[in-house]
Design a protein around this ligand. Structure first.
Ligand SMILES: [Cu+2]
Length: 512
């Protein structure tokens, strides 16, 4: 039987961010095309048969993005975004987290199955300017495209906007046997989708662009490249696409309506390949797709669009013919039974702008909102109540777990939601049922991944506990410590400190 090629985006069109009053449409850059930047692979400090040592340095710098002045940017081991880390499954990683920025940051491993809250790197794991901290963990999850980004509440959005986002590739023996392109930089390409507004002198100005529903810019920036092209020298390429934007959804399609095959989602390879002509990603979601240019002649250009704006041009060169048919079944995804006598958890995302909340509350760093025993498999019903003006899609993300999507309003999930996910777009008026379990203990956040919503309080946290230590206490960050630290870094008085994310709390008359 021929498999279907899906031709729609699945999400609720009236809730697309295009309908948001503050929507900033993408515009095609008028600057010359440039070769797509490929983030280099980060060289380990040391590697043995069992252990790998990396130093990840958050640093400030300048990047030539547009003709003329360079843009002040931040990055990991580079001036913008990051060098790509490779984590081999089964190996023990030792990572030095070095902060060479003028302000505190955290190193959050989005999608990585590590203990919370310190290794996970959310807001409770600050690394102060000039300091280095060390984490170590064993990689024990399937091959996947994950990412590293800053997560210091309530400045996550601003720091990611400055450029603190890097790719993390988990590799394993199962994925290695599949007929996927995996020659990094040649036919296996990370694609970080972001958008920015350039102000005077080619600079970014987060405060000027601030919108509590998420900061956007008109200029697509792909791997930190404005108006990129990529030279294709193989029949097939694999794109590891990350929606690394603060707010923007990307509605992707190729010229010629060229179909493509999604083979992996957030948490790794999907049980079956799914063929599309259109794909929407919400913030922080990843999709690995394989594009076969076998129907395209050398010399032609295939363009990747978001809506009707070109974002990457693929210039097709001579390639060796290589017709590969993917197997119908790629990997086995476990589907554990729900632990008996566990109630269905309810999570409600509500509001827009400054009113965003989870379960009627804004995030509080010292409050544990839920507890779940490590190893228990539970159903979580995540509801987006937000229906004003058509509402908006909230991308719901959980730290510390790769979950399964069970259903959407009682119906089957989308065809590319049969693998592990850590972020799922929830439509207005919809309840998405998840199957959630934690392998590691700790305090983990769950939140909307429109980053300004998260900073604005659409976030909560859960303690995953072991039966031996049901009430283990963790040193959690507090607002007083944070405010004093940031004020000191800026050389100002605490009372004069303004962090964009706090304005949501202030406008609601609430404390963080
Ligand atoms: Cu949201």
């Amino acid at each position: 039987m021929t498999k279907p090629t899906y031709t729609d985006y699945f999400f609720d069109e009236p809730a697309y961010n295009t309908h948001d009053g503050g929507y900033v449409p993408l515009e095609e850059p008028q600057t010359p095309q440039q070769a797509l930047r490929i983030p280099p692979l980060l060289k380990p400090d040391k590697e043995t048969a069992t252990d790998t040592y990396y130093t990840v340095e958050a640093q400030a710098g300048e990047t030539q993005l547009l003709p003329g002045a360079k843009t002040k940017t931040w990055g990991y081991n580079t001036t913008l975004l990051g060098q790509t880390l490779v984590f081999e499954k089964g190996k023990h990683m030792h990572i030095a987290l070095k902060n060479s920025l003028p302000e505190l940051t955290t190193f959050h491993w989005h999608g990585l199955n590590v203990p919370g809250p310190y290794t996970d790197g959310g807001c409770h794991a600050p690394v102060y300017p000039g300091e280095t901290q060390h984490i170590d963990f064993t990689v024990d999850q399937p091959a996947a495209t994950l990412w590293l980004h800053a997560h210091p509440c309530p400045s996550t959005a601003e720091q990611v906007w400055h450029g603190l986002a890097g790719m993390v590739l988990v590799t394993d023996q199962t994925e290695a046997k599949l007929p996927f392109p995996r020659n990094y930089g040649v036919d296996d390409i990370p694609l970080v989708l972001q958008d920015r507004r350039f102000h005077e002198n080619n600079q970014w100005d987060y405060d000027a662009d601030y919108d509590p529903d998420g900061v956007q810019g008109p200029t697509p920036m792909i791997n930190g490249t404005i108006n990129p092209y990529f030279d294709v020298t193989t029949q097939r390429i694999r794109l590891r696409i990350l929606d690394g934007a603060n707010r923007r959804e990307w509605r992707l399609h190729f010229s010629h309506d060229l179909p493509f095959t999604q083979v992996a989602s957030d948490g790794g390879v999907m049980p079956e390949p799914v063929q599309f002509t259109h794909l929407m990603l919400t913030c922080a979601e990843r999709a690995e797709i394989i594009v076969d240019f076998g129907s395209v002649k050398p010399g032609e250009t295939v363009t990747l669009y978001s809506d009707d704006v070109p974002i990457v041009r693929f210039r097709i060169h001579d390639y060796q013919r290589e017709d590969v048919k993917l197997p119908d079944h790629l990997v086995d995804i476990p589907d554990p039974d729900v632990t008996p006598n566990t109630p269905v958890r309810k999570v409600v995302m509500s509001g827009m702008d400054e009113q965003v909340m989870i379960d009627g509350k804004k995030f509080a760093m010292q409050r544990i909102d839920a507890k779940q025993q490590v190893g228990n498999v539970e159903l979580w019903d995540v509801t987006n109540t937000n229906e004003m003006d058509g509402g908006m899609v909230h991308p719901y993300h959980m730290h510390g777990t790769q979950f399964l999507v069970v259903s959407r309003n009682g119906h089957a999930p989308y065809p590319n939601e049969h693998g592990f996910k850590d972020t799922v777009g929830v439509n207005p008026g919809e309840t998405v049922r998840l199957k959630v379990w934690f392998d590691k203990p700790g305090v983990f956040m769950y939140h909307c991944h429109i980053i300004e919503h998260e900073d604005g309080g659409m976030m909560a946290q859960i303690q995953a506990y072991t039966p031996e230590e049901p009430n283990k206490t963790y040193k959690l960050m507090d607002m007083d410590t944070l405010m004093k630290a940031v004020a000191k870094e800026r050389g100002i008085d605490v009372k004069d400190l303004h962090l964009a994310g706090m304005s949501s709390y202030e406008k609601m008359g609430m404390q963080m």
